[in-house]
Design a protein around this ligand. Sequence first.
Ligand code: SF4
Length: 407
Amino acid sequence: MRFRMRRGADVAAVTGASFDLAAGQCLALVGESGCGKSVLASALLGLLPGNARTTGTATVRTTCRGGGAETDGDPATARPAGSAAARLRPGLRSHIRPSPRHAPGAPDLLDLLAADEETLARRVRGRLVGLVPQSPAAHLTPVRTVRSQLEETVRELCAPARQDLRAAAEAAAGRAAFPADHLDHYPHQLSGGLAQRAALALALVGDAPVLLADEPTTGLDRDLVNRTADELRRHADSGRAVLLVTHDLAAAERTADRVAVMYAGRIVELSDARDFFGTPGPRHPYAAGLLDALPTRAFRTIPGAPPELGSLPAGCAFAPRCHRATATCTTTLPAPPAPTGGAACHHPLEPTPATTAPAAPAPASTTSPTPPVPAPASVRPASARPAAHTGLPVPAHPDSTEAAADA
Ligand code: SF4
């Protein structure tokens, strides 16, 4: 994925990104701002500007029975594959690399990068692939209330009976924790967090089989981050595929099955989320640095800054910041991780050995002066609560984790 800039410069925004995303799974795409993760998500919906050029394929697969239609065993109920009403078993496969564009595949495959604008508008956006945009205020129509926009989306994607439309729109708002008493507000009357929730509510309408959530927790407080993450998790658990683009590692840990770490336009590590956040831990030095930046871990920033995408070095782009770099790293590009997992690194980190559970604390002394006072619920550390999916502790201060990851 390249951008033609003024004065003829050519910027490689995303190169060699290859991953699979199955139905019922959430893949978190993480990395510092500017690494290419949002560009990748935008390309999947044909939302790149006119100076962008993409090669490769990004295939949405819908499993069809009965000769290209979902039948549920009853020919009378057959519906075209890919329609909003069909029960789809979706998957997303993206191989974005400098290779010739493939011809369209079997009838149940749709290459998003090759689809024309009409297909994207009528069949893909909102129906097959939902989007939680990164800048919700810019995506909401400024001259219409949230209720009006929700009702229109519900009417188009769900076609409820006329008398049920209002209740359906309010139910859609409730899924994203958007307060009912703000439904008649215009976008400019909303805070950033409320605009984010309105955008999430719009994206969840229609239960698209694939959901792209681009920084869906930006501007939300801790409780709403957790609620949003849990709603995305529920969306995946109901058989949808969720691509979560985020630099909030706490949200990624709470939601994702798998993690893809991007750096300078490339995926440098693909891993099972449980392995990544627990043991054996990340194998790529940059991925390990992201985790070490968390306040709940080493709270140590990665030295230096990401390279300019327009002037990437010949070898590993992380070499100037990497404490393990050798001469090979500066001259030879590491192989990308396999779609099943791995790290793009000549000298990956050793796996962290699993630690045994700490011994139970000794019984409290009978002379102990005062018992510990429990913190109020509002300030109780989130680490006391296991992540909904991974079972791992969740960092208590997501705002500072974002800041550290961005550092
Ligand atoms: S390839 Fe070399 S420079 Fe790049 S992350 Fe691995 S060790 Fe560091």
